[in-house]
Design a protein around this ligand. Structure first.
Ligand SMILES: NC(=O)c1ccc[n+]([C@@H]2O[C@H](COP(=O)([O-])OP(=O)(O)OC[C@H]3O[C@@H](n4cnc5c(N)ncnc54)[C@H](OP(=O)(O)O)[C@@H]3O)[C@@H](O)[C@H]2O)c1
Length: 267
């Protein structure tokens, strides 16, 4: 596994496991056994408890240290300052892992600034190791930054071959806020797995489309959290640190950018 260093010095794996729709502890344990240490959950996914059970089992029965894991969760609704304080306690309790590695505001909610104040408080108390946001566009991000005491370390956004978020990456550079890709495979939509350019590049490296698409992200320092319930997919997705895409292939994939969301509910 390779890591990136966040703007507060914390190390974050470049590749993680997306848990949307994954509620089975055995699926989560299979991902741990494949080598995944970053798990991305959210209050909205209804599986914080199961994620906590799987991690605790890996700690007690497989001897993996808590510090090796990087657990992300998200406050998934608009909340007041007091509401967010309760929300943080609720996630800490559901996960039951002592602390949260990364807490995000799931969407740019109306009261996001109040929510973030509560997150900053919990961060200072050591309950959370890093703070972030999700689906904040360049404009919303820049405005939000004016009110932050603790700079967001991560902005988790829809990012893949068709929506490469180059303007956002530039807007975040001065703050060293890193981009984390959600739906790196477009959730299988938009003909993703049959894209002819990816198919052609994959053949060249003896890899598959999923691996090339993930490599394209991590090679730029973008963290990716693909979801896979199929163990074969889990294994394929983590096997991306033994090859590099050439400058020409990176350029060819860059040309696929439409700079547009592929989801009707995109922000
Ligand atoms: N912050 C946000 O608002 C937000 C929004 C969306 C998602 N997310 C996060 O991002 C994670 C990933 O996004 P996502 O779940 O929407 O979709 P995704 O990771 O883009 O795609 C998942 C789909 O790809 C398939 N797949 C995985 N690996 C494959 C492989 N090697 N070959 C072929 N097919 C493969 C999976 O099938 P199988 O399951 O059958 O293996 C599943 O159908 C989520 O789980 C969640 O943690 C966050």
């Amino acid at each position: 596994m390779q890591y990136t260093t966040l703007n507060n010095g914390i190390q974050m794996p470049l590749l993680g496991f997306g848990t949307y729709g994954v509620n089975r502890v055995d699926t989560l344990l299979a991902a741990i056994d494949c080598g995944y240490r970053l798990f991305d959950t959210a209050q909205m996914y209804g599986n914080e408890k199961e994620v906590g059970i799987a991690i605790r089992e890996a700690i007690t029965k497989r001897g993996i240290k808590r510090e090796e894991f990087f657990i992300t969760t998200k406050l998934s609704s608009n909340m007041s300052f007091e509401g967010a304080k309760k929300g943080i306690e609720s996630s800490l309790k559901a996960l039951d892992l002592g602390y949260i590695d990364l807490l995000l505001i799931h969407e740019p909610y109306a009261q996001a600034k109040d929510m973030y104040r509560a997150m900053q408080e919990a961060y200072k108390e050591g309950k959370i190791k890093a703070l972030g946001i999700s689906s904040f566009t360049p404009k919303v991000f820049s405005e939000f930054m004016k009110s932050c005491e603790v700079l967001p370390a991560v902005n988790q956004c829809e990012t893949h071959i068709y929506y490469q978020q180059r303007a956002l990456i530039e807007a975040m550079k001065p703050y060293k806020t890193i981009l984390e890709s959600w739906s790196p495979f477009v959730a299988g939509k938009s003909g993703f797995f049959d894209n002819p350019i990816l198919v052609q590049i994959a053949q060249k490296y003896n890899k598959n489309v999923a691996q090339v698409a993930l490599r394209f992200l991590v090679q730029q320092g973008i963290v990716a959290i693909p979801k896979a319930s199929n163990p074969k997919h889990m294994q394929e997705n983590i096997a991306i640190f033994d090859f590099s895409l050439s400058v020409a292939d990176m350029k060819a994939i860059r040309s696929l950018d439409t700079n547009k969301t592929q989801f009707s509910w995109g922000y």
